[in-house]
Ligand binder design. Structure first.
Ligand SMILES: NC(=O)c1ccc[n+]([C@@H]2O[C@H](COP(=O)([O-])OP(=O)(O)OC[C@H]3O[C@@H](n4cnc5c(N)ncnc54)[C@H](O)[C@@H]3O)[C@@H](O)[C@H]2O)c1
Ligand SMILES: O=C(O)CC[C@@H](O)C(=O)O
Length: 387
C-alpha cells in the first residue's frame, strides 16, 4: 500500500486517481510515501524520511523547502498551467474593478438609504465620483510570460488593449501561444514606464523578492494601476502604500491581504482566490496525483521543479531507480554493483539537475537484497527503489 498525506483541501476528483486497493489517502498519515499540498507552508514541517515525493496542486512552490528536499532526494512536482485560466479570469476582473472603481461604487450604493426617488437622486449625484476609463488604447504591462502571463496578455489584446510583455526566460512554446500584437519591452523598467496598468506573473524567489519596490514604483506613470496575483513578497507593500498615499499609484489590486494594506481605500485585496475555481482545483489535483502515481509506481518524473523530467516505458524484469549526488563515477559504481550481482542492464538513463542525478535502470535479474543494498551503500547515493 502506498500512503498519501494531504495537507490542504484537495479536490476529491484528483484524490480519486489513487486507487483504493493500492493507496491510503488521509490528512493524518504518519509515514507517507508522498504528500499532496496546496498553500500549506511546509518550511518548518518535520517530514518523515519515508517521503519520496511532494505534489504541489498548483503553480508556486515557495511554500515548499525545495532545496532541502532536493538534498534529501525528494522529488517535488507542481501542476504547470493547470490553474492558469482561473487566474487569468480573476486578473481580468481585477483590471475592470480598478478601471471602473467598482468596489468603491458598490460600497457607495450599499450605503444608500431612503425612498426610491431619494435613492435615484443620490445615485445621480454620487456616480460622478466613480467615473472610470475604458480599456481599448490603454497599455497593460505583463511581466512574466508563462502559463498565466500569456493568457492575460492575449485576453487583454482581445479587449483592445495595447500589451507590453517582458520575460527574460520565455520558452519557445509560450512564444508560439502569444498574440502577435504583444510588444516586447526592453526590460522591467521600460515596461513599468510605458504601462497604464501593470500585472506580473512570476514566481517568488530570491531574484523576484521586492521586484516592485519604491524606485520602480516611481518609474510608473502617475495614476497607474498595479495588479498582483502572483505572490505577496514580490512587492514591497510599504512602498506601494506610500505610492498610493502620494497619489502616484491609482489602485493596487492583489490576491494577498495583509495588515499593511488592510482598510486602505485604494487597495482591492482578495483572499488568495486566483486558483479557487472548481475547474482549476480539479485540474491541479488530477495532474499532481497522476504525476505522483507514475513516480511511485514506475519511477517516471513529469513536471518536477527540482529533478530532471524522465519517463521510460517499462522493460526487463524489474526497475531500479537511484538518486545520487551529481559527482563523477556514480554511474560506473552503480553498474559495477549490478555486474557483481550478475544483473544485466536492459535500459539505463541518467540525467542531472540542481546537483542531483536521477537514474532509471531496467534490468533482468534479482534486484532484491544484495544488489539494492550494495547500491544504497555507495557514497553519494541518496535513495534507491526497486519497482
Ligand atoms: N493567485 C493565485 O492563486 C495564483 C495561482 C497560480 C499561480 N500563482 C503565482 O503565479 C506565478 C506564475 O504562475 P505561472 O503558472 O504563470 O508560472 P510559469 O512558470 O508558467 O510562468 C512564470 C514565468 O515567469 C518568468 N519569470 C521568472 N522570473 C522572471 C523575472 N525576474 N522577470 C520576468 N519574468 C520572469 C518565467 O520565465 C516564466 O515564464 C506562480 O509562481 C505563483 O506564485 C498565483
Ligand atoms: O491552491 C491555491 O488555492 C492557490 C494556488 C496558487 O497560489 C498557485 O501558486 O498555484
Amino acid at each position: 500500500m502506498y500512503k498519501i498525506l494531504t495537507l490542504n483541501n484537495i479536490s476529491p476528483k484528483g484524490l480519486s486517481r489513487f486507487p483504493l486497493d493500492h493507496y491510503e489517502v488521509s490528512s493524518e498519515m504518519r509515514e507517507p510515501d508522498a504528500v499532496v499540498v496546496r498553500s500549506f507552508k511546509m518550511h518548518d514541517m518535520a517530514l518523515a524520511d519515508t517521503v519520496k515525493a511532494i505534489g504541489r496542486a498548483g503553480a508556486g512552490v515557495n511554500n515548499i523547502p525545495v532545496e532541502a528536499m532536493t538534498a534529501q532526494g525528494v522529488v517535488v512536482f507542481n501542476a504547470p498551467g493547470a490553474n492558469a485560466n482561473a487566474v487569468k479570469e480573476l486578473v481580468l476582473a481585477g483590471i475592470l474593478l480598478a478601471a471602473r472603481h467598482i468596489c468603491a461604487a458598490w460600497d457607495y450604493t450599499r450605503g444608500l438609504a431612503g425612498t426610491d426617488a431619494e435613492l435615484n437622486k443620490q445615485v445621480e449625484e454620487g456616480k460622478k465620483k466613480f467615473a472610470g476609463f475604458e480599456l481599448p488604447g490603454r497599455t497593460l504591462g505583463v511581466l512574466g510570460l508563462g502559463a498565466i502571463g500569456v493568457k492575460v496578455a492575449n485576453a487583454a489584446r482581445a479587449l483592445g488593449m495595447n500589451v507590453l510583455g517582458y520575460d527574460p526566460h520565455m520558452t519557445v512554446d509560450r512564444a508560439w501561444q502569444l498574440d502577435s500584437g504583444v510588444q516586447q519591452a526592453a526590460g522591467i523598467d521600460d515596461l513599468l514606464a510605458r504601462s497604464d496598468m501593470v500585472t506580473f506573473h512570476v514566481p517568488l524567489n530570491d531574484a523576484t523578492r521586492h521586484l516592485i519596490r519604491a524606485d520602480r514604483l516611481r518609474i510608473m506613470k502617475p495614476g497607474a494601476v498595479l495588479l498582483n496575483f502572483a505572490r505577496e513578497g514580490i512587492v514591497d507593500e510599504a512602498a506601494v502604500v506610500e505610492a498610493l498615499n502620494q497619489g502616484h499609484l491609482r489602485t493596487y489590486v492583489c490576491d494577498f491581504p495583509s495588515n499593511t494594506l488592510q482598510g486602505h481605500p485604494k487597495v482591492i485585496a482578495l483572499p488568495h482566490l486566483g486558483a479557487s475555481t472548481q475547474e482549476a482545483e480539479e485540474n491541479c489535483a488530477i495532474m499532481v496525483a497522476d504525476q505522483i502515481r507514475d513516480y511511485l509506481e514506475n519511477g517516471n518524473i513529469r513536471h518536477s521543479v527540482n529533478f530532471p523530467d524522465m519517463s521510460l516505458p517499462r522493460a526487463g524484469s524489474s526497475r531500479l531507480t537511484v538518486i545520487n549526488s551529481n559527482r563523477p563515477d556514480m554511474v560506473g559504481q552503480i553498474s559495477h554493483v549490478l555486474g557483481q550481482n550478475s544483473i544485466n542492464i536492459v535500459h539505463m538513463v541518467n540525467e542531472s539537475r540542481n546537483g542531483v542525478a536521477y537514474n532509471l535502470i531496467d534490468v533482468e535479474g534479482n534486484l532484491d537484497g544484495e544488489a539494492a543494498r550494495g547500491i544504497a551503500a555507495i557514497d553519494g547515493v541518496l535513495k534507491v527503489r526497486v519497482l
